[in-house]
Design a protein around this ligand. Structure first.
Ligand code: PRP
Length: 212
């Protein structure tokens, strides 16, 4: 039997869709995969071992080679700039990155502040826009920042738009579309090329089938 693949999976919103895609591609994943609080789950029938990580950390596990492959959002890939190959757009967990703020927001020249979980991406964006801002890094619930006066605007992902709406915020600028990607450690790609090519092919087949 060929060598086992270690897969880094993001816990949270992407997880279910990614697991669904793997199952459709013919990989038998154990039931405990979905519900348990275990951080390492073995899937012997699929010849895979899974690391369940925070989404932002998936590229780190893959870059360091403790996972051969992983599923990571494009948002995380841009933010983290890790040395990994992005081999397939899985076209799941579609959302987009946007600048948002309170309704009626107008740009002021006095020390504008932007809160985000994506400080690198936000810095780059405002640099390209030629606007000088102070980026305040938060780890979640970013929408809180303008409500309590911590920042004027936020840079965050928008999926259904519900979080913005329910917190009385509006989208000010649409930035980039986001989907999840299959990423690969460069050394693993050489050492386990057959298994990885097979994985990519099977996932691409399922996705092709879904589009038809
Ligand atoms: C994300 C994102 C927004 C929200 C957008 O947060 O940061 O807050 O989802 O989704 P929506 O447009 O469907 O409302 P997440 O739920 O991942 O948690 P976090 O706030 O802890 O980052």
């Amino acid at each position: 039997m060929s060598e086992q693949l270690t897969v880094a999976m993001p816990k949270g919103r992407i997880f279910e869709e990614a697991a669904d895609l793997l199952r459709k591609a013919g990989y038998a994943l154990p039931p405990e995969f979905d519900d348990s609080r275990k951080l390492i789950v073995e899937a012997p029938e699929a010849n895979m071992s899974f690391i369940l990580a925070k989404p932002m950390d998936v590229p780190t596990y893959v870059e360091h080679g403790v996972a051969d492959v992983g599923v990571a959002g494009k948002d995380v890939m841009i933010e983290e700039e890790r040395d990994v190959y992005e081999v397939l757009d899985l076209k799941i967990s579609e959302c987009y990155m946007a600048v948002a703020g309170l309704p009626g927001y107008t740009k002021s020249d006095i020390n504008p502040k932007v809160a985000s979980k994506y400080p690198n991406l936000a810095t780059q964006y405002f640099k390209e826009q030629g606007e000088q801002v102070e980026i305040i890094k938060l780890n979640g619930s970013i929408e809180l920042a303008p409500l309590v006066g911590l920042a004027d605007r936020i840079v965050d992902i928008v999926s259904t738009g519900r979080t913005l709406k329910e917190n009385g915020l509006v989208e000010l600028e649409t930035m980039i579309p986001i989907t999840s990607r299959l990423i690969v450690n460069p050394v693993s790609y050489r050492m386990k090329d057959e298994q990885i090519d097979d994985l990519v092919e099977r996932l691409a087949d399922v996705m092709g089938g879904e589009q038809r």
